[in-house]
Design a protein around this ligand. Structure first.
Ligand code: PLP
Length: 219
């Protein structure tokens, strides 16, 4: 089932769109099946869970951090992940930078935008993205490579469209600004119920869980 779904969705996507599997709560077997069907990026919300699955799967895929990263997990996160999609403060960026310097790594990161301006959400507010990007761009062991956003939780993908539009506008603006050491390459937005809308609005990474693996198990 998982393999068939992954292949079907991969076939339906435009060439420039990368399908990332959001794998929280899934078993190593399920993740392996997705990889065998063509998934190249695995996204995890928790470092510990990612480490456990990584032990089994290893470097068959790229590993992305897509959850809110706790500061005391940064050291382990930079060891494991190939990209951190959820940078939303200078403090967190500095910690990533420091820990990467110690192991001689340059970490590609995305800036997480709180595009719906929801008070209970992680991410930086749209107006604060550029000043934050400027500051982070000076850190040597971080490479800003694009933006990520969640958008509102809603069954109706149209509710997410304004958030996707705002994030794309910032993406284009930063692209034109051509800040040194900043590359606007990836725009990560869209989940199972909203990925088609996200692609229409310019996403080139979509993060899918439920539609690939089925309903999530309770932890
Ligand atoms: C769980 C999760 C997804 C995928 O959500 P689905 O609705 O299951 O497709 C995408 N992005 C993040 C950050 C997530 O935590």
């Amino acid at each position: 089932m998982i393999g068939q779904t992954v292949r079907q969705i991969l076939k339906s996507l435009p060439d420039h769109v990368i399908l990332e599997a959001a794998a929280k709560t899934r078993t190593a077997d399920e993740v392996q099946t997705a990889i065998d069907a063509g998934i190249k990026i695995i996204g995890y919300n928790y470092v510990q869970e990612a480490e456990r699955i990584f032990e089994i799967i290893g470097n068959q895929a790229q590993w992305h951090s897509i959850g809110h990263l706790q500061k005391n997990k940064v050291k382990r996160a930079v060891n494991l992940f190939d990209m951190i999609e959820t940078v939303d403060s200078l403090k967190l960026a500095e910690l990533i930078d420091q820990n990467c310097r110690e192991i001689g790594k340059i970490m590609p990161v995305l800036i997480e935008v709180n595009s719906g301006e929801e008070s209970n959400k992680t991410g930086v507010l749209p107006t604060e993205v550029e000043p934050l990007v400027e500051k982070i761009s000076r850190l040597k062991n971080i490479k800003i490579s694009g933006l990520m956003t969640m958008g509102p939780f809603s069954a109706d993908p149209e509710d997410s469209r304004p958030s996707f539009k705002v994030t794309k506008q910032i993406f284009d603006f930063l692209n034109k600004s051509a800040i040194l050491n900043v590359e606007m390459k990836y725009l990560s937005m869209g989940m199972s119920n909203s990925y088609k809308t996200a692609i229409e609005e310019g996403a080139n990474i979509i993060r899918l869980g439920t539609i690939l693996f089925g309903e999530r198990r309770k932890r």
